[in-house]
Design a protein around this ligand. Structure first.
Ligand code: HCA
Ligand code: CU
Length: 459
Protein backbone atom coordinates (compact mmCIF):
# COMPACT_ATOMS: atom_id res chain seq x y z
CA UNK A 1 0.00 0.00 0.00
CA UNK A 2 1.29 3.45 -0.98
CA UNK A 3 3.03 5.56 1.66
CA UNK A 4 3.82 9.25 1.32
CA UNK A 5 6.76 11.17 2.71
CA UNK A 6 6.35 14.91 2.45
CA UNK A 7 9.59 16.87 2.31
CA UNK A 8 8.28 20.41 1.82
CA UNK A 9 10.23 21.45 4.90
CA UNK A 10 13.55 20.00 3.61
CA UNK A 11 13.56 19.59 -0.19
CA UNK A 12 10.88 22.31 -0.48
CA UNK A 13 13.01 24.79 1.41
CA UNK A 14 15.81 24.04 -1.08
CA UNK A 15 13.69 25.86 -3.70
CA UNK A 16 15.61 28.94 -4.84
CA UNK A 17 14.66 31.99 -2.71
CA UNK A 18 12.32 30.06 -0.39
CA UNK A 19 12.77 30.16 3.37
CA UNK A 20 10.07 29.33 5.92
CA UNK A 21 9.86 30.70 9.47
CA UNK A 22 9.62 28.16 12.29
CA UNK A 23 5.97 29.12 12.83
CA UNK A 24 5.24 28.51 9.16
CA UNK A 25 6.98 25.11 9.32
CA UNK A 26 4.89 24.11 12.32
CA UNK A 27 1.68 25.11 10.55
CA UNK A 28 2.71 23.19 7.42
CA UNK A 29 3.52 20.10 9.54
CA UNK A 30 0.11 20.30 11.26
CA UNK A 31 -1.71 20.57 7.94
CA UNK A 32 0.34 17.65 6.53
CA UNK A 33 -0.74 15.60 9.50
CA UNK A 34 -4.36 16.48 8.74
CA UNK A 35 -3.84 15.18 5.20
CA UNK A 36 -2.51 11.97 6.74
CA UNK A 37 0.95 11.57 5.18
CA UNK A 38 2.96 8.77 6.80
CA UNK A 39 6.24 10.70 7.11
CA UNK A 40 7.27 14.34 7.37
CA UNK A 41 10.88 15.14 6.51
CA UNK A 42 11.30 18.17 8.72
CA UNK A 43 14.79 19.35 7.75
CA UNK A 44 18.52 18.77 8.11
CA UNK A 45 19.44 20.09 11.58
CA UNK A 46 23.02 20.76 10.42
CA UNK A 47 21.86 23.43 7.93
CA UNK A 48 21.33 26.18 10.54
CA UNK A 49 20.27 26.66 14.16
CA UNK A 50 16.80 27.69 12.99
CA UNK A 51 16.35 24.52 10.93
CA UNK A 52 17.41 22.45 13.95
CA UNK A 53 14.90 24.29 16.18
CA UNK A 54 12.14 23.68 13.65
CA UNK A 55 12.86 19.92 13.53
CA UNK A 56 12.91 19.83 17.33
CA UNK A 57 9.62 21.70 17.71
CA UNK A 58 7.89 19.62 15.04
CA UNK A 59 9.11 16.39 16.65
CA UNK A 60 7.62 17.62 19.94
CA UNK A 61 4.15 18.22 18.45
CA UNK A 62 3.16 14.58 18.85
CA UNK A 63 1.85 14.28 15.29
CA UNK A 64 0.71 10.96 13.85
CA UNK A 65 3.34 11.12 11.09
CA UNK A 66 6.84 9.81 11.63
CA UNK A 67 9.29 12.74 11.83
CA UNK A 68 12.39 12.36 9.71
CA UNK A 69 15.60 14.42 9.93
CA UNK A 70 17.88 14.52 6.89
CA UNK A 71 21.65 14.28 7.24
CA UNK A 72 24.86 13.85 5.31
CA UNK A 73 26.75 10.69 6.23
CA UNK A 74 28.80 12.44 8.89
CA UNK A 75 29.49 12.03 12.60
CA UNK A 76 28.38 15.56 13.47
CA UNK A 77 25.10 15.55 11.55
CA UNK A 78 23.63 12.23 12.67
CA UNK A 79 23.57 12.91 16.45
CA UNK A 80 21.77 16.19 15.77
CA UNK A 81 18.85 14.18 14.39
CA UNK A 82 18.66 12.31 17.67
CA UNK A 83 19.06 15.53 19.72
CA UNK A 84 16.11 17.07 17.86
CA UNK A 85 13.90 14.14 18.82
CA UNK A 86 13.37 12.85 15.25
CA UNK A 87 12.06 9.29 14.88
CA UNK A 88 14.28 8.57 11.92
CA UNK A 89 17.36 9.88 10.19
CA UNK A 90 17.65 9.84 6.41
CA UNK A 91 21.33 9.50 5.58
CA UNK A 92 22.23 10.36 2.02
CA UNK A 93 25.42 9.50 0.23
CA UNK A 94 25.88 9.35 -3.55
CA UNK A 95 26.63 6.17 -5.45
CA UNK A 96 27.17 7.35 -9.05
CA UNK A 97 30.64 7.42 -10.53
CA UNK A 98 30.44 11.10 -11.43
CA UNK A 99 29.57 12.11 -7.86
CA UNK A 100 32.20 9.84 -6.32
CA UNK A 101 34.98 10.92 -8.64
CA UNK A 102 34.24 14.60 -9.26
CA UNK A 103 32.68 15.58 -5.92
CA UNK A 104 34.02 13.26 -3.23
CA UNK A 105 37.15 11.55 -4.59
CA UNK A 106 36.15 8.22 -3.03
CA UNK A 107 36.62 4.67 -4.28
CA UNK A 108 33.63 2.28 -4.31
CA UNK A 109 35.12 0.35 -1.38
CA UNK A 110 35.45 3.53 0.68
CA UNK A 111 31.83 4.39 -0.11
CA UNK A 112 30.57 1.03 1.14
CA UNK A 113 32.56 1.50 4.38
CA UNK A 114 31.18 5.02 4.88
CA UNK A 115 27.61 3.81 4.39
CA UNK A 116 28.03 0.87 6.79
CA UNK A 117 29.72 2.97 9.45
CA UNK A 118 27.19 5.81 9.49
CA UNK A 119 24.08 3.66 9.29
CA UNK A 120 25.37 1.52 12.18
CA UNK A 121 26.25 4.68 14.13
CA UNK A 122 22.73 6.10 13.69
CA UNK A 123 21.22 2.77 14.79
CA UNK A 124 23.44 2.83 17.90
CA UNK A 125 21.84 6.18 18.78
CA UNK A 126 18.42 4.56 18.67
CA UNK A 127 17.29 6.09 15.37
CA UNK A 128 15.45 4.33 12.57
CA UNK A 129 17.43 4.75 9.37
CA UNK A 130 16.67 5.37 5.72
CA UNK A 131 19.64 5.26 3.42
CA UNK A 132 19.31 7.38 0.27
CA UNK A 133 21.50 6.52 -2.67
CA UNK A 134 21.84 10.02 -4.10
CA UNK A 135 21.98 9.97 -7.92
CA UNK A 136 20.94 6.30 -7.78
CA UNK A 137 19.50 6.44 -11.29
CA UNK A 138 22.92 7.17 -12.83
CA UNK A 139 24.64 4.50 -10.73
CA UNK A 140 26.04 1.20 -11.98
CA UNK A 141 23.27 -1.21 -11.00
CA UNK A 142 25.53 -3.82 -9.37
CA UNK A 143 27.17 -1.16 -7.21
CA UNK A 144 23.77 0.28 -6.26
CA UNK A 145 22.67 -3.16 -5.04
CA UNK A 146 25.90 -3.50 -3.03
CA UNK A 147 25.51 -0.04 -1.45
CA UNK A 148 21.84 -0.58 -0.51
CA UNK A 149 22.47 -4.06 0.89
CA UNK A 150 25.42 -2.70 2.92
CA UNK A 151 23.03 -0.13 4.42
CA UNK A 152 20.35 -2.74 5.15
CA UNK A 153 22.87 -5.10 6.77
CA UNK A 154 24.02 -2.20 8.96
CA UNK A 155 20.44 -1.59 10.14
CA UNK A 156 18.56 0.57 7.58
CA UNK A 157 14.96 -0.57 7.09
CA UNK A 158 14.35 1.75 4.12
CA UNK A 159 16.37 2.65 1.12
CA UNK A 160 15.63 5.51 -1.23
CA UNK A 161 16.11 5.25 -4.98
CA UNK A 162 16.79 8.90 -5.80
CA UNK A 163 16.42 10.24 -9.32
CA UNK A 164 18.35 13.31 -8.23
CA UNK A 165 18.57 14.76 -11.75
CA UNK A 166 15.13 13.74 -13.00
CA UNK A 167 16.45 11.67 -15.91
CA UNK A 168 14.19 8.62 -15.57
CA UNK A 169 11.21 7.48 -17.63
CA UNK A 170 8.28 5.51 -16.20
CA UNK A 171 9.12 2.22 -17.93
CA UNK A 172 12.76 2.44 -16.80
CA UNK A 173 11.77 3.13 -13.16
CA UNK A 174 9.50 0.10 -13.27
CA UNK A 175 12.35 -2.08 -14.57
CA UNK A 176 14.79 -0.80 -11.93
CA UNK A 177 12.35 -1.23 -9.05
CA UNK A 178 11.52 -4.78 -10.13
CA UNK A 179 15.24 -5.59 -10.35
CA UNK A 180 15.99 -3.94 -6.98
CA UNK A 181 13.19 -5.87 -5.31
CA UNK A 182 14.66 -9.15 -6.48
CA UNK A 183 18.21 -8.26 -5.40
CA UNK A 184 17.77 -6.31 -2.13
CA UNK A 185 17.53 -7.73 1.36
CA UNK A 186 14.10 -7.10 2.95
CA UNK A 187 13.46 -3.33 3.15
CA UNK A 188 11.01 -0.63 2.15
CA UNK A 189 11.80 1.22 -1.06
CA UNK A 190 11.26 4.99 -1.31
CA UNK A 191 11.20 6.90 -4.59
CA UNK A 192 12.54 10.44 -4.78
CA UNK A 193 11.90 11.63 -8.33
CA UNK A 194 12.96 15.06 -9.54
CA UNK A 195 10.87 16.75 -12.17
CA UNK A 196 13.47 18.05 -14.62
CA UNK A 197 11.70 16.41 -17.58
CA UNK A 198 8.18 16.84 -16.19
CA UNK A 199 8.00 13.09 -15.48
CA UNK A 200 8.36 13.04 -11.69
CA UNK A 201 4.86 11.87 -10.76
CA UNK A 202 4.64 9.47 -13.72
CA UNK A 203 7.98 7.97 -12.68
CA UNK A 204 6.93 7.67 -9.05
CA UNK A 205 3.61 6.03 -9.98
CA UNK A 206 5.34 3.53 -12.28
CA UNK A 207 7.75 2.67 -9.45
CA UNK A 208 4.94 2.13 -6.95
CA UNK A 209 3.03 -0.06 -9.40
CA UNK A 210 6.23 -2.10 -9.84
CA UNK A 211 6.48 -2.73 -6.10
CA UNK A 212 8.11 0.30 -4.40
CA UNK A 213 6.52 1.48 -1.14
CA UNK A 214 6.79 5.22 -0.74
CA UNK A 215 6.69 8.41 -2.84
CA UNK A 216 8.48 11.59 -1.78
CA UNK A 217 6.47 14.75 -2.47
CA UNK A 218 6.35 18.44 -1.59
CA UNK A 219 3.41 20.81 -1.37
CA UNK A 220 3.05 22.60 -4.73
CA UNK A 221 5.93 20.50 -6.11
CA UNK A 222 8.63 22.71 -4.57
CA UNK A 223 12.29 21.65 -4.48
CA UNK A 224 15.71 22.11 -6.05
CA UNK A 225 15.44 23.34 -9.66
CA UNK A 226 12.08 22.01 -10.98
CA UNK A 227 11.11 20.23 -7.75
CA UNK A 228 9.57 16.80 -7.13
CA UNK A 229 5.96 15.48 -7.35
CA UNK A 230 3.27 17.72 -5.91
CA UNK A 231 1.50 16.34 -2.84
CA UNK A 232 -2.03 17.10 -4.08
CA UNK A 233 -1.44 15.73 -7.58
CA UNK A 234 0.10 12.56 -6.13
CA UNK A 235 -2.69 11.92 -3.65
CA UNK A 236 -5.49 12.64 -6.11
CA UNK A 237 -3.87 10.63 -8.92
CA UNK A 238 -3.46 7.61 -6.65
CA UNK A 239 -6.99 8.12 -5.27
CA UNK A 240 -8.70 8.35 -8.66
CA UNK A 241 -6.51 6.09 -10.77
CA UNK A 242 -5.20 3.47 -8.32
CA UNK A 243 -7.97 3.41 -5.69
CA UNK A 244 -5.83 4.62 -2.74
CA UNK A 245 -8.41 6.20 -0.43
CA UNK A 246 -6.65 6.71 2.89
CA UNK A 247 -5.75 10.43 2.67
CA UNK A 248 -7.87 13.45 3.58
CA UNK A 249 -8.37 15.19 0.25
CA UNK A 250 -10.36 18.02 1.82
CA UNK A 251 -7.22 19.38 3.54
CA UNK A 252 -5.20 19.73 0.32
CA UNK A 253 -6.42 23.13 -0.90
CA UNK A 254 -5.78 24.91 2.39
CA UNK A 255 -2.31 23.41 2.61
CA UNK A 256 -1.45 24.38 -0.96
CA UNK A 257 -2.70 27.95 -0.45
CA UNK A 258 -0.79 28.25 2.81
CA UNK A 259 2.49 27.08 1.23
CA UNK A 260 1.88 29.39 -1.72
CA UNK A 261 1.77 32.34 0.67
CA UNK A 262 4.62 31.18 2.91
CA UNK A 263 6.93 30.34 -0.01
CA UNK A 264 6.03 33.25 -2.28
CA UNK A 265 5.94 30.75 -5.20
CA UNK A 266 2.64 31.19 -6.98
CA UNK A 267 0.74 28.22 -8.34
CA UNK A 268 0.18 28.40 -12.11
CA UNK A 269 -3.54 28.69 -13.00
CA UNK A 270 -3.31 25.59 -15.20
CA UNK A 271 -1.66 23.43 -12.55
CA UNK A 272 -3.57 20.16 -12.03
CA UNK A 273 -5.74 19.76 -8.90
CA UNK A 274 -4.92 23.00 -7.05
CA UNK A 275 -4.62 25.43 -9.99
CA UNK A 276 -7.29 28.08 -10.36
CA UNK A 277 -8.42 26.72 -13.74
CA UNK A 278 -8.55 23.02 -12.81
CA UNK A 279 -12.38 23.03 -12.80
CA UNK A 280 -13.04 26.10 -14.98
CA UNK A 281 -14.69 25.65 -18.36
CA UNK A 282 -14.66 28.08 -21.21
CA UNK A 283 -15.76 27.06 -24.70
CA UNK A 284 -19.48 27.02 -25.47
CA UNK A 285 -19.32 23.30 -26.28
CA UNK A 286 -17.66 22.41 -22.98
CA UNK A 287 -19.86 24.72 -20.88
CA UNK A 288 -23.01 23.32 -22.48
CA UNK A 289 -21.86 19.75 -21.75
CA UNK A 290 -20.89 20.49 -18.16
CA UNK A 291 -24.19 22.28 -17.46
CA UNK A 292 -26.07 19.20 -18.70
CA UNK A 293 -23.85 16.67 -16.93
CA UNK A 294 -20.48 17.66 -15.37
CA UNK A 295 -19.04 14.23 -16.18
CA UNK A 296 -18.87 15.25 -19.85
CA UNK A 297 -15.80 17.43 -19.26
CA UNK A 298 -14.66 16.82 -15.68
CA UNK A 299 -12.44 13.84 -14.83
CA UNK A 300 -13.81 13.90 -11.28
CA UNK A 301 -16.10 15.95 -9.05
CA UNK A 302 -14.37 19.10 -7.72
CA UNK A 303 -16.36 18.62 -4.50
CA UNK A 304 -13.88 15.86 -3.67
CA UNK A 305 -11.47 18.69 -2.84
CA UNK A 306 -14.12 21.08 -1.55
CA UNK A 307 -13.84 23.00 -4.82
CA UNK A 308 -16.51 24.31 -7.19
CA UNK A 309 -16.70 24.33 -10.93
CA UNK A 310 -16.74 27.62 -12.75
CA UNK A 311 -17.67 28.74 -16.23
CA UNK A 312 -15.99 31.82 -17.64
CA UNK A 313 -17.71 34.13 -20.04
CA UNK A 314 -16.00 35.56 -23.11
CA UNK A 315 -16.18 35.36 -26.90
CA UNK A 316 -16.06 31.54 -26.77
CA UNK A 317 -19.20 31.44 -24.65
CA UNK A 318 -22.52 30.03 -25.84
CA UNK A 319 -26.13 30.54 -24.82
CA UNK A 320 -26.35 27.99 -22.04
CA UNK A 321 -23.42 29.44 -20.10
CA UNK A 322 -24.79 32.99 -20.35
CA UNK A 323 -28.29 31.84 -19.34
CA UNK A 324 -26.79 29.98 -16.37
CA UNK A 325 -24.81 33.04 -15.29
CA UNK A 326 -27.86 35.30 -15.48
CA UNK A 327 -29.96 32.69 -13.65
CA UNK A 328 -27.32 32.69 -10.88
CA UNK A 329 -28.15 36.37 -10.35
CA UNK A 330 -31.89 35.70 -10.60
CA UNK A 331 -32.15 37.44 -13.98
CA UNK A 332 -34.69 35.99 -16.46
CA UNK A 333 -34.35 36.81 -20.15
CA UNK A 334 -36.35 35.69 -23.18
CA UNK A 335 -34.72 33.41 -25.83
CA UNK A 336 -34.57 36.37 -28.23
CA UNK A 337 -32.90 38.59 -25.62
CA UNK A 338 -30.44 35.82 -24.81
CA UNK A 339 -29.48 35.58 -28.47
CA UNK A 340 -28.68 39.31 -28.60
CA UNK A 341 -26.80 39.24 -25.29
CA UNK A 342 -24.56 36.40 -26.51
CA UNK A 343 -23.79 38.13 -29.79
CA UNK A 344 -22.88 41.36 -27.96
CA UNK A 345 -20.64 39.41 -25.59
CA UNK A 346 -18.81 37.97 -28.60
CA UNK A 347 -18.27 41.43 -30.10
CA UNK A 348 -17.02 42.85 -26.80
CA UNK A 349 -14.90 39.72 -26.22
CA UNK A 350 -13.06 40.34 -29.50
CA UNK A 351 -11.82 43.67 -28.13
CA UNK A 352 -10.87 42.61 -24.59
CA UNK A 353 -8.41 40.28 -22.90
CA UNK A 354 -10.93 39.53 -20.17
CA UNK A 355 -14.63 40.03 -19.56
CA UNK A 356 -16.09 40.37 -16.08
CA UNK A 357 -19.48 39.29 -14.83
CA UNK A 358 -20.20 43.00 -14.44
CA UNK A 359 -19.82 43.35 -18.23
CA UNK A 360 -22.37 40.60 -18.85
CA UNK A 361 -24.83 42.19 -16.43
CA UNK A 362 -24.34 45.54 -18.10
CA UNK A 363 -25.02 44.04 -21.54
CA UNK A 364 -28.11 42.30 -20.14
CA UNK A 365 -29.29 45.66 -18.78
CA UNK A 366 -28.84 47.30 -22.17
CA UNK A 367 -30.57 44.49 -24.06
CA UNK A 368 -33.54 44.08 -21.71
CA UNK A 369 -33.87 47.78 -20.89
CA UNK A 370 -34.24 46.85 -17.22
CA UNK A 371 -32.01 48.04 -14.38
CA UNK A 372 -30.59 44.89 -12.76
CA UNK A 373 -29.94 45.34 -9.08
CA UNK A 374 -27.15 42.75 -8.60
CA UNK A 375 -23.56 42.81 -7.37
CA UNK A 376 -21.21 40.75 -9.51
CA UNK A 377 -19.14 38.03 -7.82
CA UNK A 378 -15.82 38.38 -9.57
CA UNK A 379 -14.66 41.73 -8.40
CA UNK A 380 -12.01 44.31 -9.04
CA UNK A 381 -10.70 46.84 -6.60
CA UNK A 382 -8.29 49.72 -6.29
CA UNK A 383 -6.11 49.32 -3.25
CA UNK A 384 -4.48 52.56 -2.11
CA UNK A 385 -1.35 52.00 -0.05
CA UNK A 386 0.44 54.46 2.23
CA UNK A 387 4.07 53.65 3.12
CA UNK A 388 6.21 54.45 6.15
CA UNK A 389 8.42 57.51 5.56
CA UNK A 390 11.77 55.70 5.36
CA UNK A 391 10.71 53.01 2.87
CA UNK A 392 11.76 52.68 -0.80
CA UNK A 393 8.59 52.52 -2.87
CA UNK A 394 10.29 50.27 -5.43
CA UNK A 395 11.09 47.66 -2.73
CA UNK A 396 7.41 47.43 -1.77
CA UNK A 397 6.31 47.35 -5.42
CA UNK A 398 8.64 44.39 -6.00
CA UNK A 399 6.85 42.44 -3.27
CA UNK A 400 3.35 43.44 -4.39
CA UNK A 401 4.04 42.13 -7.89
CA UNK A 402 4.23 38.59 -6.49
CA UNK A 403 0.71 38.69 -5.03
CA UNK A 404 -1.94 36.80 -6.94
CA UNK A 405 -4.69 39.10 -8.14
CA UNK A 406 -2.58 42.25 -8.34
CA UNK A 407 -2.78 43.22 -12.01
CA UNK A 408 -1.33 46.73 -12.21
CA UNK A 409 0.63 48.88 -9.80
CA UNK A 410 1.01 52.64 -9.98
CA UNK A 411 3.23 54.95 -7.91
CA UNK A 412 1.03 57.96 -7.27
CA UNK A 413 1.12 61.41 -5.69
CA UNK A 414 -1.14 62.53 -2.86
CA UNK A 415 -2.06 60.94 0.48
CA UNK A 416 -1.10 57.47 -0.75
CA UNK A 417 2.14 56.27 -2.33
CA UNK A 418 0.92 53.31 -4.37
CA UNK A 419 -2.30 52.37 -6.08
CA UNK A 420 -2.75 48.70 -7.00
CA UNK A 421 -5.46 47.42 -9.34
CA UNK A 422 -6.59 43.94 -8.33
CA UNK A 423 -8.98 41.39 -9.85
CA UNK A 424 -10.09 38.53 -7.60
CA UNK A 425 -12.79 35.87 -7.40
CA UNK A 426 -14.79 37.15 -4.46
CA UNK A 427 -14.82 39.29 -1.34
CA UNK A 428 -13.01 36.64 0.73
CA UNK A 429 -10.14 36.59 -1.78
CA UNK A 430 -10.02 40.39 -1.71
CA UNK A 431 -9.84 40.34 2.07
CA UNK A 432 -6.96 37.84 1.95
CA UNK A 433 -5.11 39.99 -0.54
CA UNK A 434 -5.50 43.10 1.60
CA UNK A 435 -4.29 41.17 4.67
CA UNK A 436 -1.24 40.01 2.72
CA UNK A 437 -0.46 43.52 1.52
CA UNK A 438 -0.61 44.73 5.11
CA UNK A 439 2.07 42.22 6.11
CA UNK A 440 4.60 43.74 3.68
CA UNK A 441 7.22 45.59 5.72
CA UNK A 442 6.90 49.34 5.19
CA UNK A 443 3.16 49.31 4.45
CA UNK A 444 1.50 51.70 6.92
CA UNK A 445 -2.11 51.80 5.81
CA UNK A 446 -4.38 50.65 3.02
CA UNK A 447 -7.70 51.87 1.72
CA UNK A 448 -9.69 49.80 -0.74
CA UNK A 449 -12.21 50.99 -3.30
CA UNK A 450 -14.45 48.38 -4.89
CA UNK A 451 -14.94 48.95 -8.58
CA UNK A 452 -18.61 48.95 -9.49
CA UNK A 453 -18.39 49.48 -13.24
CA UNK A 454 -15.55 49.54 -15.72
CA UNK A 455 -15.46 51.53 -18.94
CA UNK A 456 -13.06 50.41 -21.61
CA UNK A 457 -11.68 53.60 -23.18
CA UNK A 458 -9.60 52.00 -25.92
CA UNK A 459 -12.59 50.49 -27.79
C1 HCA B 1 20.07 16.28 -2.91
C2 HCA B 1 19.64 15.13 -2.07
C3 HCA B 1 18.32 14.52 -2.39
C4 HCA B 1 18.11 13.44 -1.40
C5 HCA B 1 16.87 12.62 -1.54
C6 HCA B 1 16.52 11.76 -0.35
C7 HCA B 1 18.30 14.00 -3.85
O1 HCA B 1 19.73 17.43 -2.58
O2 HCA B 1 20.75 16.06 -3.89
O3 HCA B 1 17.19 11.78 0.67
O4 HCA B 1 15.53 11.05 -0.47
O5 HCA B 1 17.55 14.52 -4.68
O6 HCA B 1 19.07 13.08 -4.15
O7 HCA B 1 17.27 15.49 -2.30
CU1 CU C 1 16.01 15.86 -4.02
Amino acid sequence: MLEILDTTLREGEQTPYVSFTIEEKIEIARLLDEVGVEMIEAGDPSVSPGVARAVEQIAALGLRAEIVAHSLACRTGIPRARDCGADRVAIFYPTSQIHLEAKLHKTPEEVLDIIREHVAYARSLGLKVRYTAEDATRTDFEFLVQACNAAIEAGADRICFADTLGIMQPHRVAEKVTALRSRLLPCKIDLHCHNDHGLALANAMAGICAGADCVHVTVNGLGERCGIPDLAETIVAFHNLEGVQKYNLRALMELSAYVERASGILTAPNKPITGQNAFTHKSGVHANGVLKDPRTYEPFDPALLGRERKIVIDKYTGRSAVAALLAKYGVQVSPAELEVIVSRIKVLGDTRKRLFEADVIEIAEQVTGRELDVIPHDISALIMIELEAHVYTSAVVRQLRAFKGVQNIYEVTGDYDISAFAGVEDVAALNNLIEEIRTVPGVKRTETRLILKKYNCSS
